[in-house]
Structure formats: C-alpha cells, structure tokens
Design a protein around this ligand. Sequence first.
Ligand code: NAD
Length: 484
Amino acid sequence: MASRVIPVETFDLVIFGGTGDLARRKILPGLFRRFLSGQMPADARIIGAARSDLDQAGYRQMIKDAILEFGGAEKEDAVCLAKFLEQLNYTPIDAKGEAGWKALAGMVRRDVVQAFYFSVAPSLFGDLAARLHSHNIATETSRIVVEKPFGRDLETAKALNKSLADHFDESQIYRIDHYLGKETVQNLMAVRFGNVLFEPLWNNHYVDHIQITVAETVGVGGRGAYYDRSGAMRDMVQNHLMQLLCLIAMEPPSQFGADEVRDEKLKVIRALQNVESHHIVRGQYDAGKDGDGYRHDAENPRSFTESFIAMRCHINNWRWAGVPFYLRTGKRMKSRVSEIAVVFKDLGHSIFEGDEKRHRNILAIRLQPNEGMDLQVTIKEPGPGGMRLIDVPLDMTFAEALGDDAEDVTDAYERLIMDVIRGNQTLFMRGDEVEAAWAWTDPLIQGWEARNDVPKTYEAGSTGPEDAQMLLHRDGRRWRDLKV
Ligand code: NAD
C-alpha cells in the first residue's frame, strides 16, 4: 500500500523567525520531509527572514545542519537535501523597523500562493501584519500562520486578534495547535463519524466518563522563567487539552469543512460549566532522583505556578449531561503519555455466574507514544474451565494495522503547513474559539490567584499529587495507568 501524496500548488513561504528554534527543529525539517515525499513543487520557495545578518549560503548551511540534527534526513538523502536547499532563500529583516522590507518585497511573488509563518514572539505579530501591508507585500489571498501562546488571557488574546484582523481577514489567519495535526486526532474524527459503531454510544446513556491525559517526563528547565509566567493551565489546558476535549465532545458537523467543524467546537467550549475549586488540583514537582525541583528550574524560590493540573469538567448539553470529563497534564511525570480514554458504562447485569469483575469497554486514543487506538473488549478466556471472562485490547496501532505505511505517519507540523498551502483551515483554531477558551479559563486562574492558592507538591517521576488521585476516587473512579 503506497501512501498517496496530493500535489499542492506552487508557493512562496516566508518564515519570519526562520533562524529560531521552532523553525530549525520543526518547520524546516518538516518541509524537507514533504520535499522528500515529492509534495513540494520544484518552483516553490521558502524564504527565511529573521534578525540575524546571514547571507544565503550561511542560512542554507544553518538549515542543513538543523535538518541533519533534528531527524529530517539520513546520510543517503544528501543529494535531495542539496536540492531542497536550493529552494531556500534568506533575507535579514527587522519586524519593528523598516530594515529589510524592501528586499523582502522584491523577493516574494504575488501570483502564487503566499504564506507568512510568524515563528516569532507574539509581541511582533501586529508589527509583521502591518508591515506586510504597508510594504505592499501581502495580497487578499495571502495566508498568515501564528503560533501559541495566543495571549495569556482573554484581554491579550482579543488584542492579538485585533492586531491581525486590522490587516487580514479571518479566512487568511491560521492559528496552529500542532495537536490538531496529529494523525490520531484526525483518526478520532474518522472513527466517530465514519463508523456506525461508535456514534450511537457517544453520549451520557453509554459513556461513564472521559479522561484526557497529557503527561510529560521533562521538567521546565531551559524555559523555566518563561514557563513560570504561564503554568500548566495557560500552557496546555487552554489550548491543547481544550482542543482535544472539543473534538471528543462536539456534535457531528454537517460536513468536514473548516467552519462547520469549528462552529461545533465553539459550542462545546461555550457549554463548559465553570469548574468549582474543589474539582481542580494544582501541583508543582519536587526534586526527584535525577533532577531539581520546579522552583529551582523556574528560578523562582517562591513560585506558586502549577506544573501539573487535574480537573473535573462538565459540558452543559443533552449529550453529555452528568458525564465527567477528567483532564490532567503535568511535567516531570512518570512517563510520557498523551491519550484520550472514553470509558463506557458497566453492563447493568451479568449472565455469567461467578463473574464479579467489573468489565468495561474503553476506547483509548493514544497520541504518544505509539500513535494509535485500542478498544478494550470482554471475551471468554481461551481454554477449558467454564466461562471465565477477560478484558483484552483490540489493538488498532497504526504500525500493525498499516504495515509499511505506518512509517509514513506525517508529522503534525508538515501536515499543517501543507494545509495552509492548500487553504484548508479545518485543523486551525478560529479567533472566536481562542477567545471562548480564555473566557472559560480566566475566572479559574483569577480564582486561585485571588486565593493565593499554593500548589500541592508531587515527587518528580510520579503520577502527580495524591489529591489528583482523590479527585477520581471520590467519584468511585480511577485514572488510567501511566504506562512506561
Ligand atoms: P527563538 O527565540 O528561538 O527565535 C526567535 C526568532 O525571531 C529568531 O529567528 C529571531 O531572529 C527572530 N526575531 C526576533 N526579533 C525579531 C525582530 N525584531 N525582527 C525580526 N525577527 C526577529 O523562538 P522560537 O522558539 O523559535 O519560537 C518562535 C515562536 O513560536 C514563539 O512565539 C514561541 O512561543 C512559539 N513556539 C515555539 C515552540 C518551540 O518548540 N520552539 C513551540 C510552540 C510555539
């Protein structure tokens, strides 16, 4: 089964911040993989634009090194890499001044798809948007791509949206949440809306609860001071976990189109109940066997910022009335796991004598590691000895189901960048979604700030604070294991 590469129109992609960490680690290696797959047209061009005073040869060398280091290329790809680099240009630019803009205007073609990736601090978004217009570079069909963090509260998000909306129409703005570019996340929609099996059960009659976990083993070291101003709620819940929650909970859109999908996601966010403070557990990691504690990493000995958060949420609509959604995310946890688990209700009655175990169907959607899904089902244990029941996973891991094609599972960034070129906004956040998410998180954050809430400590390498376990135990439930 060879994977299908759908060609895209030729394009000029300008990467503002083209020398930065994100461009070197994700964007350019991702583009190189698209080049290798044959998707990048031969006359498409990538233009790095950043503050560094580099020439074209210097930039090409920088990106060559980055692609070799960050996994985009094998040794045998050397010829392809050289060809790819020929499509790469560079121009120094100052987002906050006039330097470099005339040169950029002379480089970008106006008669091809134009995309401008703002891989810079959000404080520069407004300047870039304004200068793209004042220098007559952008056209009515240009696309701009922006990265998180999209604000730190509703007010700042509104200001950012306005600074873009002053110069670009919403249909031109692509707000990236790379979780939405993951293969499994899209597969979640295929499973829900492409099968007759699941959708009839996808409601409060059959679903007991839903768990969404994004656990990381790394701490905040390296970006501690930055992280300390945000915390897990702003850094992870407001965007990534919220997006996953929306896709799990939304009503079926009339079609898989950008506005249809985003309208349904928005309704979910708007239907979220305010979370009571006793349904939120904030945590901060302590020193573990092989690392320092959060406050050391954040260089703030009196920090009250959370590196872990667990919460119980409810969605106020017919489908989900009474079904808890448990969210948790944290740094320095026992293992690196991102998954969504839909836990179905117990059978009301068992016909099998002596079978007292609680059997439950669970659909687990894994984002990492081993992207894939499994469905826990109850079967008879093979062999003699009567009707003994066991729970086994029906494994839908891509590597097994799809054989060689699984290696081709496209990285989230490359998929999303190609969607930008195609002009498909389905997997990007709309401005009103981002604002609605902040409108929901703001009062929660303000609540704990007003209370001077001190996060519970948890041991680095653990599953988080004890109180997070209690959050579910109180409801007669438990978190799924964080398997190593
Ligand atoms: P970085 O500090 O490594 O790079 C910043 C880039 O911006 C550099 O290329 C620099 O030359 C350029 N720049 C700075 N000031 C400029 C100016 N006045 N004019 C023109 N160019 C200027 O940052 P990064 O880690 O690459 O992050 C870029 C953006 O992406 C940030 O908004 C960040 O929050 C976001 N982001 C990064 C990551 C990541 O993994 N690095 C992940 C998610 C989001």
